[in-house]
Write a new protein. Structure first.
Length: 385
């Protein structure tokens, strides 16, 4: 029997949840086995496989690989899990902060995120009166918690935003809101597919429901949260429009439906007969965002697309292709639902059409040399120097 690499298990916070990392040396058979475990995911940023941390999932891993390879759990026993130990007074304060955010009409996602961060912050200083906390306390919390957990810059910016609002809610600390600065956001260029690659992914998706989802995300530039919240009444077939209600920033917007999508939509609707939402789970209700990510991943494998593709990659591709087709950046901003034009401007850096038309200075220099001296054909870059 082939000897497989040893697996090392470790606990880490990722995507704001405790995760069980499944680490091992590269091996195709082991990758296939881990991928087959329900709930397992690949993290590009952590460069490892992971599954949500729970005693049940831990036992699943141990039982699954019991007779296959060695599973090292030593890191789990050495590393203490991050748990909160708040007093009733602190819990009451957090509950009131939660209600405060709710009263300010923040989205449910923002409320949960901000309350999560402040709970961690209060827990970190649970033995220190809140009134005594200063800006230095904030810096120490970031150094000891955020850096240790490998939180991204965008997550750190969210924490600062949460803290600024908490100071308004509870103004009795020594934290100076004026000097609390968010770290500069990373300006990474979005990953974009070519139009040919998009069509390959769609044609490789055989399931009718899955295909309808991917086509709608790409053709309307939807966020995945917008997709799963779409209701049947949001489709205006006669006008070939789709209204996206309560998008990011609580904004509504209209986008046009592609003519080629209408027959697919009709076929999907009469085949699956959804009752309320555009796409529903097997037992009704909202469809899982994780399910979309999973079948998209499988479609990319079938289409032989090597790059990492997420539902948001389709949205990026939609915006870039609009720009390449000559659509004004202001219209694209409206179609995407961006609050600021600066957010949309990032697509000007990834569009291919204009870049392909720019002539490289090396080519210009060689052409100039050839024109000036037609007898000199010795300078050939691919030749032997």
């Amino acid at each position: 029997m082939e000897k497989l690499p040893k697996i090392f298990l470790e606990q880490k916070t990722h995507r704001k949840e405790n995760q069980l990392l499944i680490q091992f040396s590269y091996h195709k058979k082991l990758i296939a086995l881990v991928r087959s475990i329900k709930g397992s995911h690949w993290s590009k940023s952590l460069n490892t496989w992971y599954i949500k941390y729970s005693q049940e999932n831990l036992q699943t891993i141990l039982t699954f690989f019991k007779d296959i390879t060695i599973v090292d759990t030593s890191k789990l026993h050495k590393k203490e899990l991050f748990t909160r130990n708040l007093t009733n007074e602190q819990k009451n304060l957090l509950n009131n902060f939660y209600l405060f955010l709710k009263g300010k009409r923040y989205s449910q996602s923002t409320i949960k995120t901000y309350t999560f961060f402040i709970a961690d912050f209060i827990n970190f200083y649970r033995k220190t009166p809140l009134n005594n906390l200063t800006n230095r306390a904030v810096e120490l919390f970031i150094e000891n918690v955020f850096i240790t957990r490998n939180y991204s810059i965008s997550t750190q910016r969210q924490f600062i935003s949460a803290l600024k609002i908490f100071i308004v809610f509870y103004p009795h600390t020594e934290i100076n809101d004026l000097v609390l600065e968010r770290p500069k956001k990373s300006r990474k260029l979005p990953s974009v597919l070519s139009q040919e690659e998009v069509l390959k992914i769609i044609s490789s998706t055989q399931n009718l429901k899955h295909r309808a989802i991917l086509v709608l995300i790409y053709s309307c530039g939807l966020r995945i949260s917008e997709l799963v919240n779409l209701e049947l009444t949001d489709f205006h077939i006669q006008r070939k429009q789709l209204v996206i209600k309560n998008g990011k920033g609580r904004k509504d917007r209209y986008v046009s439906l592609a003519d080629s999508f209408i027959p697919l939509l009709s076929n999907y609707y009469h085949s699956y007969k959804p009752k309320f939402y555009f796409v529903e789970g097997q037992k009704g209700g909202k469809y899982s965002t994780e399910s979309v990510r999973q079948f998209l991943k499988k479609s990319c494998v079938k289409a032989n697309i090597k790059k990492t593709v997420t539902p948001h990659t389709l949205r990026h591709s939609y915006a870039t292709h609009l720009l390449e087709n000559g659509v004004d950046i202001r219209y694209i901003q409206s179609l995407l639902g961006h609050a600021k034009p600066e957010t949309t401007m990032i697509y000007t850096h990834v569009r291919r059409k204009d870049l392909m038309e720019i002539q490289n200075p090396l080519d210009i220099a060689l052409q100039k040399l050839k024109k000036e001296d037609k007898t000199n054909n010795k300078l050939v870059l691919s030749g032997i120097i």
